[in-house]
Design a protein around this ligand. Structure first.
Ligand SMILES: Cc1ncc(COP(=O)(O)O)c(C=O)c1O
Length: 429
């Protein structure tokens, strides 16, 4: 099949008829498919069920250092959990604080604290006329929701295949002291599955922001979420790189076990410099007497150490890999050569990103919905829900079963074809 733009009006109209018939057939199937959120499937959750058996009433819930996990205390996490999460986050255990069940919650708290109390002694952001964040786009909708909630102005920075456009980031942060942060998902990014190149990470560590309270929000949510054993993305460790570059305090690193064990019942952590951790602890000791140590202990006893975790991630990969491959195969088979869209082929993470012809994403997502397939809302990958080109759609392959996913992707590709033909024909009218 040749590119649609090279086809005559009559050819396109003829094809449109055929595709409409196929779409009607899909509508007749009464489908209820959901590819809207990056949730692990039930099959993935099942592989962590052993965690429910590692603690029982007859077990000793005492840590190596004598801490009784059943009682109050230990604000920054039990030693064993810090070691486990530190290995996962590739930092030293004394550079992390273990939180509760969600890293997003930690990010929210971090922004909230900066608003009310400032960053390491700086003016609280709420007292400033303007506060801005850089947002690499497309990106993670919930990051953008946090900054929008606090009235922080979001500035789009385009993503490239090696990470955010660093020239723009460098220029912007150096010129404007109201820019206080940047949202980053540096490995297997949400939604494109891009990992930042060595050069990008080095340039991040060497930023010269005008604001002393500027921080990189390094959300390494997919740090061990590889699809393949032999082909894995590697990232330069940002805390160490910032230290080397003379900017030890410029980054907060976040992660959680949400997509390792149970989303919503995992453990989250922040890693940062000693100065930042001291600043954070001032708030934390008011906020709580301590997080859920029993859950921390459960994770430690279940995984053992980082090797146990890596083995566990292989089981996730065995379930996720065929799903990612099915999505890519269908896109290639159905849309390859038509010049109606482009997509990413990540080696890990939870998402594949699809770029349609400009101005088509919303209509494609709506058309999918009418035939029973819910996709992430078009625009969700941009601050304020506004995709300036209306072309980005996030594909989340994890939750549906493989047969459902295959149907869903056929329907998705069909909707892309129909909407693209309508778009091309309307341009010729
Ligand atoms: C980039 C990114 N960060 C954070 C989260 C949520 O993490 P948590 O469950 O730890 O709050 C997600 C979930 O989809 C994500 O994609």
């Amino acid at each position: 099949m040749k590119p649609y733009v090279e086809m005559t009006k009559e050819e396109l109209q003829e094809l449109r008829k055929e595709l409409s018939a196929q779409y009607k057939e899909f509508q007749g199937r009464d489908l209820k498919l959901d590819m809207s959120r990056g949730k692990p499937s039930a099959e993935q959750l099942d592989i962590s069920m052993g965690m429910m058996d590692v603690l029982s009433s007859s077990d000793d819930l005492t840590c190596d250092d004598g801490t009784d996990c059943r009682n109050y205390g230990v604000l920054d996490g039990i030693k064993e959990a810090k070691e486990l999460l530190a290995d996962m986050m590739e930092v030293a255990p004394d550079h992390i604080i273990i939180y509760g069940n969600s890293s997003l919650n930690v990010m929210y708290d971090t922004v909230s604290r900066s608003m009310t109390h400032g960053v390491m002694g700086s003016t609280p952001w709420c007292k400033l006329d303007k506060v801005k964040f850089l947002c690499p786009v497309p990106g993670y909708d919930r990051h953008f929701s946090i900054t929008e909630y606090f009235g922080i102005e979001m500035v789009n920075v385009p993503m490239t295949p090696t990470g955010p456009d660093m020239e723009l980031v460098e220029q912007l942060v150096a010129a404007d002291d109201s820019i206080k942060g940047i949202w980053c998902v540096p490995k297997y990014s949400n939604p494109q599955g891009i990992s930042y190149s060595d050069e990008t990470v080095r340039r991040f560590a060497r930023l010269k922001p005008a604001a002393s309270d500027f921080r990189i929000y390094w959300d390494n949510a997919y740090t061990i979420h590889h699809l393949y054993d032999n082909e894995q993305d590697h990232l330069i460790e940002i805390l160490a790189e910032c230290k080397r570059a003379g900017n030890p305090d410029m980054v907060y690193k976040f992660a959680s076990t949400s997509k390792v064990s149970f989303p919503g019942s995992g453990i989250a952590a922040i890693a940062a410099s000693e100065n930042n951790l001291t600043d954070i602890m001032k708030q934390l000791k008011i906020q709580t007497i301590g997080h859920d140590k029993v859950n921390q202990l459960r994770h430690v006893r279940f995984f053992g150490d980082i090797h146990g975790m890596v083995e566990h991630m292989r089981k996730h990969a065995d379930i996720m890999r065929p799903k990612f491959e099915a999505v890519i195969e269908t896109l290639e088979k159905e849309l390859g050569g038509l010049s109606v869209g482009e997509w990413t082929c990540p080696k890990g993470g939870y998402f594949i990103s699809f770029d349609s012809l400009d101005g088509c994403a919303k209509t494609i997502v709506a058309k999918c919905k009418k035939a029973g397939l819910v996709m992430t809302g078009a625009g969700a990958t941009y601050p304020y829900g506004k995709d300036p080109h209306d072309n980005n759609i996030r594909i989340a392959p994890s939750y549906p079963t493989l047969p459902d996913l295959k149907q869903a992707m056929e329907l998705f590709a069909l909707c892309v074809k129909i909407v693209s033909i309508d778009h091309i024909l309307s341009g010729r009218a």
